[in-house]
Design a protein around this ligand. Structure first.
Ligand SMILES: [Zn+2]
Ligand SMILES: [Zn+2]
Length: 296
């Protein structure tokens, strides 16, 4: 299980994000921004927590291992993340977007992972289109209470231009069926799922119920390169060099500014960011160079 990292590479998925305030990144900015590259990427992480369970390991004697797999959906290049303590374990699926099912199933089969929850950073269709088939009848979808209504019919909430883009990329008329089990979360909720500890940070502005999930662990191969000690799955709140749009229905520029100032900026410099679109970055790098984080 290896992965290749390349510094500052602007992948094709960065360039086709209709949800970003700016579609182009700052390719000239030097720094520690790193890219997961193309295709599924696997990051194994010795973390700070302890692993226990059916493998027979003894609590307190082995570090937690986090398996993080990232791949962009074919449509809108929305990043889907799979988080687990290791192969053969339960896992979390974050933001299963449009058309991810075959690739996701391949990842789950290859690593013998069992989804125990699906986490949604927000209720936009490019982040949750596959939530219902991925959840099946048993697995719950987690979403902030303020975006809960979007699960009723996320396609109806899109403007016509985005629906047209969606159907063009999807290749057929978009249809929708809500997941059977939904758990709503709130700011500062802590979740213990699949052996992982996550904290919910409500950061409205892109949508009413946009959240980021933080974890006290870092994928190992990014730890050395970045010096990160924790991870933030940032959804469409924060991207490398940009932020999510706040001019779509449910968006709120003033709320976005508050979220950036009061939720994003207080995050520690050494926190790795896994965004909803585009390349991985670090809070320190964004604090220093992201134009939307200046003068708040
Ligand atoms: Zn979005
Ligand atoms: Zn998005």
């Amino acid at each position: 299980m290896t992965m290749t990292l390349s510094g500052g590479v602007l992948g094709p998925r960065q360039q086709c994000n209709p949800w970003s305030t700016t579609v182009h990144d700052n390719p000239g900015v030097p720094g520690r921004r790193v890219s997961l590259g193309k295709g599924p990427m696997i990051l194994r992480t010795p973390g700070s927590r302890l692993h226990d369970g059916s493998t027979g390991r003894i609590p307190g004697r082995y570090p937690q291992v986090v398996l993080t797999i990232s791949f962009p959906a074919a449509a809108f290049a929305t990043n889907c993340y799979v988080l687990a303590t290791g192969p053969g374990e339960e896992c979390l699926v974050v933001d299963p977007g449009i058309g991810v099912e075959p690739q996701l199933q391949g990842v789950l089969t290859e690593h013998r992972l069992r989804p125990t929850a699906v986490l949604l950073t927000h209720g936009h269709v490019d982040h949750l289109y596959s939530v219902t088939p991925v959840c099946g009848g048993d697995t719950a979808a987690y979403i902030h209470e303020d975006d809960r209504y979007r699960l009723d019919d996320p396609i109806a909430l899109l403007d016509r231009g985005l629906v047209a883009m969606l159907e063009q990329q999807f290749g057929q008329q978009a249809t929708w069926k809500p997941p059977e089990r939904v758990v709503t979360v709130r700011d500062r909720d802590t979740l213990a799922l699949a052996g992982l500890d996550l904290t919910v940070l409500h950061a409205p502005g892109h949508t009413e119920g946009s959240v980021m999930f933080t974890l006290p662990t870092v994928p190992d191969q990014l730890r050395e390169q970045t010096g990160a000690t924790a991870t933030c799955v940032s959804g469409d709140v924060l991207f490398a060099g940009s932020i999510g749009r706040s001019d779509l229905p449910g968006g709120d520029p003033a709320a976005m500014e508050r979220s950036l100032r009061d939720v994003v900026l207080p995050l520690p410099d050494d926190m790795l960011v896994l965004p909803g679109h585009g390349a991985v970055t670090m809070i320190a790098h964004e604090r220093a160079s992201n134009p939307y984080l200046q003068n708040l």
